[in-house]
Design a binder for this molecule. Structure first.
Ligand SMILES: Nc1nc2c(ncn2[C@@H]2O[C@H](COP(=O)(O)OP(=O)(O)OP(=O)(O)O)[C@@H](O)[C@H]2O)c(=O)[nH]1
Ligand SMILES: [Mg+2]
Length: 327
């Protein structure tokens, strides 16, 4: 029946669903039938709504997401390099566990856009907290995309002055550092150009080992040279993060040699001993040195090139005010 009192066969609003009593199954089996309804059989009942993002993902941020965030607020991008197994992921997992338990000296947690990413890397250590000591606290880092880094985000509040700091911390595999040093593969490390500080994570056990020490120091020197080339002559600001402080305290002489090698390459250097996890928790607590690492990372003066230099307007050149005055 037509509400507009027209002949129901010619009504323009009539739904084309009269298929002469055929059941939906008949229609599906009959390939000859091609009515609008048959075309839609088995298709979604409702159209997909226009793209709406219900919850932002809390996985590591991609470069695009990081860029968007950097457009809104000041983000301190940290570069994190180091051989496989040197302790890069362990530093991030431990940092997250400390801050989420309010145990990062001088700092409080404000927010993170990548909680799931942090949870993923801290899971091993959480199992350990339940009483089982795993062989490894963190797993070897593998990237879903071997060409682009993913960043973990932390917003911290400095207790002293209430200052908020946004950190973008990439968790990348050690192979990326190895290929950068050995083959100058730099494309996927391009983000280092926006990094204020670069952590160079070294395994404290290798530095303590006479046979491995020389080779490692020489490669750190090569890494600094590659970074200087990449930064087009700008001095890289390196924070040498020496892990496994729980089993080997960095020897002063070795620290001097590292400093000498890096100064020779024209890099600015700070050296921090850390123990993200500890085999000797009574003498060196897990998380040792990380608060200092954050203080040094954040406290450092920005050394990025100024893209928009401020220029003072010349005297008498205040066009807008002059215009108003002349009205
Ligand atoms: N006891 C102790 N264990 C540590 C320390 N630092 C790292 N580890 C352990 O060393 C192993 C390797 O550390 P990772 O952080 O996974 O190494 P990575 O640099 O991320 O390695 P890739 O992802 O392979 O590049 C993990 O089992 C860590 O728990 C430390 O200071 N003390
Ligand atoms: Mg890792």
């Amino acid at each position: 029946m037509c509400a507009l009192e027209r002949d129901s066969a010619t009504c323009s609003n009539r739904a084309p669903n009269q298929l002469g009593g055929e059941s939906a199954e008949d229609v599906q089996n009959n390939s000859e039938v091609s009515s609008p309804l048959a075309d839609r059989l088995g298709a979604a009942v409702l159209d997909q709504p226009a793209k709406t993002r219900s919850f932002p993902s809390s996985r590591p941020l991609g470069l695009e997401e990081l860029n968007v965030m950097m457009g809104k607020r000041y983000v301190n991008v940290v570069g994190i390099l180091g051989d496989p197994e040197s302790g890069k992921t362990a530093c991030l997992a431990s940092l997250y566990l400390l801050i989420s338990h309010a145990k990062l000296d001088g700092w409080s947690f404000a927010d993170s856009r990548s909680l799931a990413g942090f949870e993923d890397i801290a899971r091993g250590a959480r199992d350990w907290n339940k009483g089982r000591v795993p062989e490894q606290m963190t797993m070897h880092t593998e990237m879903a995309d071997d060409r682009r880094p993913g960043f973990l985000h932390l917003r911290l509040i400095k207790n002293e002055d209430g200052r908020r700091v946004d950190l973008a911390l990439p968790d990348i595999p050690g192979e990326w550092t190895q290929e950068f040093v050995s083959a100058a593969r730099a494309d996927r490390l391009d983000f280092l150009k926006s990094a204020e500080v670069i952590w160079v994570v070294l395994d404290g056990r290798s530095l303590a080992d006479i046979e491995k020490r020389n080779g490692l120091i020489a490669r750190v020197g090569q890494l600094a040279a590659r970074l200087k080339t990449m930064l087009e002559g700008r001095r890289p600001r390196l924070m040498v993060v020496v892990t496994h402080h729980d089993v080997h305290v960095l020897d002063d002489q070795v620290a001097q040699r590292l400093r000498a090698e890096l100064s020779r390459r024209d890099a600015e250097v700070e050296i921090v001993g850390v123990a993200p996890f500890s085999d000797k928790p009574k003498s060196v607590p897990a998380g040792f040195g990380l608060a200092e690492l954050i203080n040094l990372t954040v406290g450092a003066l920005p050394d990025r090139p100024t893209f928009w230099r401020s220029t003072e307007p010349p005297e008498g050149n205040r066009a807008y005010l002059n215009y108003r005055r002349s009205q």
